[in-house]
Design a protein around this ligand. Structure first.
Ligand code: 3PG
Length: 307
């Protein structure tokens, strides 16, 4: 009997765990659950006899794979897979998949929610501003960026997008204006919503020059990864421009410094919240479970990311 582990430092909603359990019990699999673990040893111990692991932002590296000799597949229930060592997985003959799009709406709703929260001065009773008519630049037009565009258009925002991998026509079909470069996007937009993955190329790629070029009052919204921000550049812009705000779903390393120096101009979730809805957990968790069954039962590798 194949054994599957759900290893989630940040647990899925119970209803999602139940759905995953049902999918595996119908197929005759054994399921183990490791939630809110506090040490790496617990994870190392839990993987020793498993054939598949479902994770969220949990780190899966060579040491974990060394400790899991039967492991054949890791599915990241979500979009970004920068938490999995892909070369190590390939070397261990482990297939890695994600579940693209499954939590996109939850992340997009949070991005717009953060914009409204900030525009209304964190609901402190004072007079704020509106999103209607403001320009929004979507940096990367994947599933989340596209959904952000749809919701933002509902707010009456003027929506632009930059993504070198997506044809401009697709954006135009969605009522979104494509631009040719990051520079053009930032130069044109008061709000920027980040949806780029964290890769060697994108880490620390959003810095002083781009941020300084945004027309004011400027708001950078990050529901992607904290690593894509050049924090030294961000600090310089925060210091130089009173009309610049940074909102992020996961605090930067310099969070304490920014929060103390610029109250009201920065806001961070205490824990990554983008995908923390029952719906997103169900969508991504059940997709992960189905992908694992399809892999074992049909050899389906559709969502493999380490080819
Ligand atoms: C993702 O990459 O899917 C999101 O950042 C959500 O991450 P999480 O599952 O750790 O909340």
């Amino acid at each position: 009997m194949k054994k599957i582990l759900i290893a989630t430092d940040k647990p899925f909603a119970p209803v999602a765990v139940k759905g995953i359990r049902d999918i595996f019990s119908e197929g005759g699999y054994e399921l183990a659950l490791l939630e809110k673990y506090t040490s790496r040893e617990q994870l190392l111990d839990a993987v020793k006899d498993v054939h598949a692991i479902i994770i969220r932002s949990d780190i899966i590296d060579a040491e974990i794979m060394d400790a899991a000799p039967a492991l054949a597949i890791v599915v990241r229930a979500g979009a970004g897979y920068d938490n999995v060592d892909l070369p190590a997985a390939t070397a261990h003959n482990v297939v890695v998949m994600n579940t693209p799009g499954q939590n996109a709406n939850a992340v997009a709703e949070l991005a717009l929610g953060m914009m409204v929260y900030h525009a209304r001065n964190l609901y402190n009773g004072s007079s704020g501003t509106e999103l209607l008519g403001k320009s929004l630049g979507i940096h990367a037009y994947g599933a989340v960026g596209r959904r952000v565009g749809q919701i933002a258009r509902g707010f009456g925002m003027e929506v632009y997008a930059f993504d070198p991998f997506i044809p401009g026509q697709k954006m135009e079909d969605d009522g979104v204006k494509p631009v040719r470069s990051r520079e053009e996007l930032y130069r044109n937009c008061q709000y920027i919503s980040l949806h780029i993955p964290a890769t060697d190329k994108t880490k620390r790629s959003i810095g002083q020059e781009l941020l300084n070029s945004m027309p004011g009052p400027a708001v950078l919204v990050n529901t992607a990864r904290k690593e894509v921000i050049d924090e030294e550049g961000l600090k310089q812009v925060m210091a130089a421009r009173k009309d610049f705000a940074y909102l992020s779903d996961i605090a930067p390393d310099c969070a304490a410094e920014l929060s103390e120096a610029y109250p009201g101009r920065v806001w961070f979730t205490p824990k990554k919240m983008g995908a923390q809805t029952a719906e997103a957990n169900i969508n991504a968790g059940l997709a992960a479970a189905r992908q694992i069954r399809a892999f074992f039962e049909e050899g389906d590798r559709t969502f493999q990311v380490n080819r």
